[in-house]
Ligand binder design. Structure first.
Ligand code: ACO
Length: 399
């Protein structure tokens, strides 16, 4: 019903590309993906090398500033973040306003949005010092907000950050520590979480990152833009998939339904069910991040004492799907979140926190992309076109 001649506008041809399957909205020097070959690099470094040799803090620095930090640059960065972990006391009151069973993702996005009201001295997107200050504030405070959202959901007291700890250690203590009790850090858990955060740290123009850029293109400040990114990540087709995967595995476990039968129901598109954690818009090969998670899942689980049965179900699902023509034809492979939930669960996180952990990992990527967008002379306010399919002009009925 669309008049094709309208595709020619004064500025050229208008393309119709739902889901932006073939439209590059920006150029970027941050992350490289070759979806056919299953390659992912941050600033030129293969994800496999970063996963093996770097820390999440180092990767955050790399994404945001473009190069791996020297030891002194890293310790200065670490120090700055440690000095900004405290949340304004009034912001803590914010958490009391939500119902106890609130999902921590909207709590996180609301509190990140509220940072604009508490830290008004770092909102100018064109002042480099303010951008730097909001960068450090977000890196330091978002994990604290995330931990408080968790504490709120389980009805426990919120602890003050302990700045003798690094970002990941502090987060674990804030989530699992109790007042008046010494929190014993488990090095296996620290290392496992650090690795998962690295794997989620950036993924070029995915839904949430594109959201951050789009909101930022109106010159909205970094807190506002990233809060929007958190909301975009919440959806089950994006970051919410990690929670959905674990729910799926538990349902299969509880029902005792054979994996083959479940896969058959997916293929029949029964009630629109999907094999959650499978498929990706860009990867038409094994997601390199999923490969790393899978390779370490067994080891981490045996050391953390997790639920091996869920991992077994996941592996059986993968095995069944990868040899099935439906999945082969559509080039559907496990994505990063197929195995992460089993590990998060073994660490002691409830399902509702899984996507929050994704947001924590993706934060340096969102910041790096927002900063690149704001400095790019080619940036214009994002304003897609449409194909109008509604009524032509009608005369208003006489009454
Ligand atoms: N299970 C079963 N079938 C699937 C799956 C799946 N997980 N993913 C895609 N398909 C099928 C679709 O039904 C479609 O089949 P059809 O040709 O018969 O209609 C075909 O494969 C193509 O799928 P699209 O939805 O068109 O692919 P798109 O690129 O738009 O979607 C997406 C990608 C959203 C990731 C999709 O694969 C999906 O929904 N996966 C499950 C959710 C998930 O794991 N999301 C996490 C993504 S990664 C991340 O954000 C970290």
């Amino acid at each position: 019903g669309y008049d094709v001649s309208k595709l020619l506008s004064k500025t050229g041809v208008v393309t119709y590309d739902p889901g932006f399957m073939n439209t590059a909205a920006t150029s970027s020097a941050i992350t490289y993906i070759d979806g056919d070959a299953g390659i992912l690099r941050y600033r030129g470094y293969p994800i496999e090398d970063l996963a093996q040799h770097s820390s999440f803090l180092e990767v955050s620095y790399l994404l945001i500033y473009g190069n791996l930090p020297s030891p002194s640059e890293l310790s200065a960065f670490d120090e700055k973040i440690r000095r900004h972990t405290l949340l304004h006391e009034d912001l803590k009151g914010f958490f009391a306003g939500f119902p106890r069973d609130a999902h921590p993702m909207p709590v996180l996005s609301s509190a990140v949005s509220a940072l604009s009201t508490f830290y008004q001295d770092s909102l100018d997107p064109f002042d480099d010092d303010q951008v730097e200050l909001s960068t450090i504030r977000l890196l330091a405070k978002l994990p604290v907000i995330a931990a408080y959202a968790h504490k709120k959901s389980i009805g426990q007291a919120m602890l003050y950050p302990d700045n003798s700890m690094n970002l990941v250690e502090n987060f674990l203590r804030l989530c699992f520590g109790l007042p008046a009790e010494q929190y014993e850090l488990d090095p296996v858990m620290v290392k496992a979480l650090d690795l998962l955060l690295i794997l989620h740290a950036d993924h070029e123009q995915n839904c949430s990152t594109s959201t951050v850029r789009l909101v930022g293109s109106s010159n909205a400040n970094m807190f506002a833009s990233i809060s929007a990114g958190v909301n975009a990540l919440f959806g089950p087709l994006h970051g919410g998939a990690n929670e959905a995967v674990l729910n799926m595995l538990r349902q299969i476990q509880a029902s005792g339904e054979p994996v083959e039968k479940f896969v058959q129901r997916v293929k029949n598109k029964e009630d629109g069910i999907k094999l959650m954690g499978f498929g990706h818009r860009v990867y038409k090969n094994y997601d390199p991040r999923a490969k790393i998670v899978k390779a370490t899942a067994n080891d981490i689980l045996s050391r953390l004492g997790g639920n091996d049965e869920l991992l077994d179900i996941a592996m059986k699902l993968e095995e069944t799907a990868l040899t099935d023509q439906y999945f082969v034809d559509r080039r559907l492979y496990p994505n990063v979140d197929f195995y992460t939930g089993v590990i998060y669960k073994a660490m002691g996180f409830p399902e509702k926190m899984f996507t929050v952990l994704f947001a924590m990992g993706r934060l340096p990527g969102w910041i790096a992309q927002w900063r690149e967008m704001i400095k790019d002379p080619a940036t214009k306010i994002g304003r897609p076109r449409q194909l109008y399919t509604g009524e032509q002009e009608r005369s208003y009925p006489s009454r």
